[in-house]
Design a protein around this ligand. Structure first.
Ligand SMILES: Cc1cc2nc3c(=O)[nH]c(=O)nc-3n(C[C@H](O)[C@H](O)[C@H](O)COP(=O)(O)O)c2cc1C
Length: 463
């Protein structure tokens, strides 16, 4: 069985609303129906916005066949009534760290539900463009107790205003949770952004935000789909072979990144069974700028008949790279952060924008695992957030994000080769490949804003 747990991060959430939220999530068949149920409920009960979102995400998860549970976090982490100096020993490591305590009984319940869940949705208010303190406390707790490895994780958030930091909030938590071994997902098709992004200030106001509820419902669906794949993949004793592609998007003039990736691949071939490795070095090829063409791709074919279409140009490398990526079970997008900007040769940005045609071709990379890898000169500031940028751009292909691999060179010595990170990625890619062979999902269809599917339609298609 596949189970998805939603965690409510509001300081205004009430534990007594738990059954109510679960009841509405169990009854709703789509985002619109959920909205109707909440509206009716608000006539007699006050609900905070993120607990409404938690229910919307769970309704989506349930529609994908998942069992559901909801736990508000605020009662789990009450304000501490003891002073730090009164605490003895380290029996409760988390409570030493800040001004929140842990309710042991509620903690037991959370750990029990978390242990039985394959997917987790964090539903949090946006506070200063980030998650709440109680939501943060959950991330700390999960890290200390190592409770989320191999779980699928998505975020939904609500702020009082449009562009109030919902995307930054979601991206921060997604990225940090990758480092705890989760499989990261966004809100899935049609928009494939960074989870649920909702607007609402006063209690209950998020109910009027169709877009926020639809992206949240989609996040629940996406978490349930991928947690099903991962759970099925973990069960398969003999995993299928997997193809891993290292996509070198940039390098130094003397090819430092290429040389290191070559050595990593050579080492991985010696130590990893059942994996085929390919390196695509974009630095060696020409990639033209995206034309932002409205018709791209034409009738499901990325090679358009349009006389200006650059994809037909034999000097443009996109189509070759696309074919290699389409056969990948895992893609590691490699970058470098050198000390001297004059040393950097990059194809990263132009390739990323050209991947629009791949996305528009019915999400060709759907459910493919990916991660960033960055080779940093210690302290360099040319490209310090490569892997974060990779997560943000590649999740838009309806993919699955994995923990990035960060390498640091200090005074000429590389502190970690990245071999362990590559091995971890290979393991995850084989789990996803095995799971995909077991779980039938609907064929992905590109539909800019999902007209007719609960999203606001009639908007410009040129994205
Ligand atoms: C401390 C604090 C910080 C906030 N920061 C933001 C913010 O950065 N952006 C925003 O849009 N709303 C911000 N808000 C508004 C809340 O995100 C918004 O009211 C939300 O609906 C609260 O969720 P809840 O009803 O689940 O408690 C903030 C609210 C508080 C209390």
């Amino acid at each position: 069985m596949n189970k998805v747990l939603a965690l409510g991060g509001s300081i205004r959430a009430k534990f007594s609303n738990r059954e109510l939220i679960l009841g509405m999530a169990s009854e709703a068949t789509d985002s619109n129906r959920y909205q109707e149920l909440v509206r009716k409920q608000l006539l007699s009960t006050s609900l905070c916005n993120s607990e409404i979102l938690a229910g919307a995400a769970l309704a989506g998860a349930r529609m994908c066949g998942a069992e559901i549970d909801y736990i508000p976090l605020c009662h789990l982490f009450p304000r501490k009534d003891r002073r730090l100096s009164d605490l003895q020993g380290d029996d409760n490591v988390i409570s030493h760290l800040d001004t929140l305590d842990i309710d042991e009984e509620a903690l037991g319940e959370l750990l029990d539900s978390l242990g039985k869940s394959q997917g987790v949705v964090l539903a949090t208010p946006v506070y200063f463009g980030d998650r709440s303190s109680v939501a943060n406390k959950f991330l700390q707790l999960a890290a200390v107790r190592e409770r989320v490895r191999d779980k699928t994780f998505g975020v939904v958030s609500v702020g009082a205003k449009r562009n109030g930091g919902q995307e930054t909030c979601n991206i921060f938590s997604m990225y940090e949770m990758l480092h705890q071994g989760t499989f990261g997902v966004g809100n899935g098709m049609p928009t494939s952004q960074y989870g649920g992004t909702a607007v609402g200030g006063d209690l209950g106001m998020v109910t009027d935000d169709d877009w926020g509820l639809a992206t949240t419902f989609g996040t629940g669906e996406r978490v349930a789909q991928v947690s099903h794949i991962v759970a099925a993949g973990l069960e398969v004793a003999v995993k299928p072979k997997a193809n891993i592609v290292f996509l070198l998007a940039m390098d130094t003039r003397d090819g430092k990144l290429k040389a290191h990736i070559d050595s990593l691949i050579a080492e991985a071939r010696e130590t990893t069974d059942g994996i085929e490795f390919t390196a695509i070095n974009l630095v060696e090829h020409d990639i033209y700028r995206c034309l932002g063409c409205k018709a791209c791709p034409k009738d499901g074919d990325t090679r358009c008949e349009h006389p200006q279409c650059i994809i037909r140009d034999p000097d443009d490398y996109l189509e070759t790279a696309r074919t290699l990526l389409a056969g990948a079970d895992g893609i590691i997008v490699c970058g470098i952060n050198p000390s001297d900007i004059a040393d950097l040769v990059t194809r990263y940005q132009v390739f990323t924008e050209r991947m629009r045609s791949i996305r528009r071709n019915n999400y060709e990379l759907s459910n493919t695992l990916f991660a960033g890898l960055c080779y940093h000169d210690f302290g360099a500031t040319i490209n310090p957030i490569h892997s974060l940028k990779v997560m943000v751009s590649y999740i838009r292909h309806n993919t699955v994000a994995h923990k990035p691999i960060e390498l640091f060179e200090y005074k000429g010595a590389l502190m970690d080769s990245g071999a362990a990170g590559v091995a971890e990625f290979c393991r995850a890619a084989r789990i996803v490949a095995a799971g995909k062979a077991q779980v039938a999902l609907p064929e992905p269809v590109y539909n800019a804003y999902g007209e007719g599917g609960g999203y606001a339609g009639g908007v410009d298609d040129n994205q």
